[in-house]
Design a protein around this ligand. Structure first.
Ligand code: NAD
Ligand code: UD1
Length: 338
């Protein structure tokens, strides 16, 4: 299959490229490198021993996007490109609406012009907002609590409307829970710019000695040990879900939202302990106040993914931490080390 991959140079994108290339797909990556390094793509080429097209461009630039899609003539699109920092989205909402929403509208218009009718979209469990019940199933009400989450909910709606209006169109909206970990080679992984916002990359930098200690945001939640619990999903499992979604989209028309998680929740303290085991280092922590906007617990209902995509996660938290540590310890400064 010919697959056009927006945001393919990023964290989840690069892990998915490796599996797409291994499965024999022909690829075109479209990325503006606003949150990625070309070195990551060099490493994907090395690891896979395969090549692919690359267009350096911005999904906000409708003309460039239209030309790139028309030239490549894909069978399907995987749409990773977007901004993802919740805090930044509060400060710069219009930047988020422009990148994530306008960019996605441009993409669908370019797909229309190129006659491409299949899309797999990177959505997020953040669309559910505060849990009314757990685990979150796909019918849980959608009530995002920040601009980033609202861009994801809006794009889901735009894609659903597009599939209704476009004969034979097919879309899968993958609602990721908390992606962590790295490829087993330790050659690609998450490379956040500046101070990491998310737990696992922060822990990794503490283990590597780049940060002094982890601040645990609250230990008075109604969970096993009082710290927040999340459904962490290995990025390699998540990548595999995209291949399953592509196959599903090729076999059906319409639009489906599908959770991608493990169904298991892990607390902050449990993740720290797992990382200590994986790295063989003891990690200094300090409990501070809750982070505003955080929820106690999040966890995926996984039946729909198993049923429609025939996909289930394979890896547990220990494998997530081991692979993260292999990447972190081998690349203490991420891709900037090259
Ligand atoms: P990432 O930042 O590593 O990857 C996103 C890629 O998109 C980057 O390579 C970036 O350079 C590119 N990009 C951003 N804006 C662009 C634009 N306007 N034009 C072209 N390229 C652009 O992030 P990721 O973690 O790989 O996430 C991929 C997708 O999954 C995003 O849409 C994100 O919102 C979504 N998602 C991520 C998580 C997570 O925790 N990582 C969770 C849920 C959903
Ligand atoms: C974040 C995003 C969310 C996104 C999700 C997916 C925020 C506010 N929300 O949420 O939109 O869908 O990632 O990846 O960024 N923690 C600490 N210390 C830290 C960092 C985190 O104790 O330094 C705790 C948090 O309180 C939480 C857990 O670790 O309990 C996970 O945090 P994080 O990795 O930021 O993920 P989410 O809160 O799920």
């Amino acid at each position: 299959m010919k697959v056009f991959v927006t945001g393919g140079a990023g964290y989840i994108g690069t892990h998915t490229l490796l599996q797409l290339l291994a499965a024999g797909h022909e690829l075109c990556v479209f990325d503006n490198f606003s949150n990625a390094s070309p070195v990551a793509l060099t490493r994907v080429r090395q690891l896979s021993n395969r090549d692919f097209d690359l267009v350096e461009g911005d999904i906000r630039d409708a003309a460039t996007l239209r030309h790139a899609l028309a030239d490549f003539a894909p069978d399907a699109v995987i749409h990773f490109a977007g901004l993802k920092a919740v805090g930044e989205s509060n400060d710069k909402p219009l930047l988020y609406y422009e990148n994530n929403v306008t960019g996605s509208v441009n993409l669908l218009a370019a797909m229309d012009a190129a006659g491409c009718r299949r899309i797999v979209f990177s959505s997020s469990a953040t669309v559910y907002g505060e849990a009314q019940y757990l685990p979150f199933d796909e019918d849980h009400p959608i009530a995002p609590t920040n601009p980033y989450g609202r861009t994801k909910a809006m794009v889901e709606g735009v894609i659903a409307d597009w599939t209704k209006a476009t004969p034979n169109a097919s879309a899968v909206l993958l609602r990721y829970f908390n992606p962590v970990g790295a490829h087993e080679s330790g050659r690609i992984g998450e490379d956040p710019r500046g101070i990491p916002n998310n737990l696992m990359p922060y822990i990794a930098q503490v283990a590597a000695g780049r940060r002094e200690k982890l601040s645990i945001f609250g230990d008075d939640y109604p969970t096993r040990d009082g710290t927040g619990e999340r459904d962490y999903i290995h990025v390699v499992d998540l990548a595999a879900a995209h291949l399953a979604a592509l196959e599903y989209a090729a076999s059906k028309t319409g639009c489906e939202a599908i959770n991608v998680g493990t169904g298991q929740a892990t607390t902050v303290k449990e993740l720290v302990a797992a990382y200590e085991r994986a790295s063989g280092r003891s990690l200094p922590v300090e409990v501070i106040a809750r982070r505003s906007g955080d929820v106690a617990s999040s966890c995926a209902a996984t039946a729909k993914a198993a049923d429609l995509l025939r996909w289930r996660s394979e890896f547990g938290v220990d494998a997530m931490c081991e692979s993260s540590w292999r990447w972190q310890s081998g690349n203490p400064h991420g891709f900037a080390g090259d």
